[in-house]
Design a protein around this ligand. Structure first.
Ligand SMILES: NC(=O)c1ccc[n+]([C@@H]2O[C@H](COP(=O)([O-])OP(=O)(O)OC[C@H]3O[C@@H](n4cnc5c(N)ncnc54)[C@H](OP(=O)(O)O)[C@@H]3O)[C@@H](O)[C@H]2O)c1
Length: 259
């Protein structure tokens, strides 16, 4: 097969959680441009509407389902809606997550710890279990978990260590399920991004403007990642191009972990 054809997703359908903004939106665009039908989810109806409008105006095939994935029961409901109305799903990108809080461990309330674990980990487990199980009889599937370099390294700049913990667990969940489901033709890989200039980080920069330059200076390439730079990597993992890769954690960070 010609090399570029291995990246072609015509006839494939993808679910991308948190596909309305940031990295998720750019991964939806990348997979859509490669020919996939894409279902995006998010908690905010206006953001979803705008993302669908923008992507459809680019002639991409995109629909959306609203669900607040900070709540496990909403992840169950999203699975039901997707399996009933949008099946079969060939590619699942568990992208929703975030730090949200900057509280030192000694002050962290149990409910905040649990909330961040649910946001980064529990919903990804539920979606992998439900949507991934439906891939097993079809003997082909791609699951991509959006982890973080903070799964491998506790960042110096910020607290809220429930984030590092949950991304670390998501990374090991990736490897364990990859081992179990390799026999079914399903690959499970993780992407570990470094700092990308998305709304989530713009919020932190809004609180502390010096953060933007400090982070850029800490990266060998001297700049933040641009959200669209994650698209080609997601496409690789979503397509036949990555047929011999499973259980891997691919770092994309401008060299941040080198220093
Ligand atoms: N940006 C980075 O530098 C960076 C670095 C390492 C890892 N990551 C990881 O990459 C992923 C995406 O990050 P991002 O920076 O692109 O985030 P973002 O700009 O905040 O976008 C997050 C997306 O997730 C959706 N979302 C947020 N909370 C949600 C909830 N409770 N339920 C459902 N959807 C929700 C948002 O939609 P609504 O607001 O409309 O719900 C949006 O579509 C996260 O897992 C993050 O931890 C990011």
């Amino acid at each position: 097969m010609p090399i570029l054809d291995r990246f072609n997703l015509t006839g494939r359908r993808a679910l991308i959680t948190g596909g309305s903004r940031g990295l998720g939106l750019e991964m939806a665009r990348a997979l859509g441009e490669a020919g996939a039908e894409v279902v995006i989810s998010g908690s905010n109806a206006e953001h979803l509407h705008k993302a669908c409008e923008d992507l459809c105006s680019e002639d991409l095939h995109v629909t959306s389902v609203q669900a607040d994935l900070s709540k496990p029961e909403e992840a169950e409901r999203l699975s039901d809606v997707v399996l009933n109305e949008h099946a079969p799903i060939d590619i699942l990108i568990n992208n929703v997550g975030g730090r949200r809080i900057n509280t030192p461990t000694e002050d962290l309330a149990l409910e905040d710890w649990q909330r961040i674990l649910d946001l980064n980990l529990t919903q990804a487990f539920i979606l992998t279990k439900r949507i991934g199980a439906a891939m097993i009889p079809r003997k082909w599937g791609r699951i991509i978990n959006i982890s973080s370099i903070n799964a491998l390294w506790p960042g110096k700049a910020m607290r809220g260590r429930s984030y590092e913990t949950s991304k670390g667990a998501l990374t090991m969940f990736t490897k364990a399920v990859a081992a179990d489901w390799a026999v079914h033709g399903i690959t499970v890989n993780a992407i570990a991004p470094g700092p990308f200039l998305t709304d989530a980080n713009k919020r932190w920069i809004g609180e502390k403007p010096a953060f933007e330059g400090e982070v850029a200076d800490s990266i060998p390439m001297g700049r933040w990642g641009r959200p669209e730079e994650i698209g080609p990597l997601a496409l690789y993992l979503a397509s036949d191009a990555s047929s011999y890769m499973t259980g891997s954690v691919l770092v994309i960070d401008g060299g941040k972990l080198l220093w």
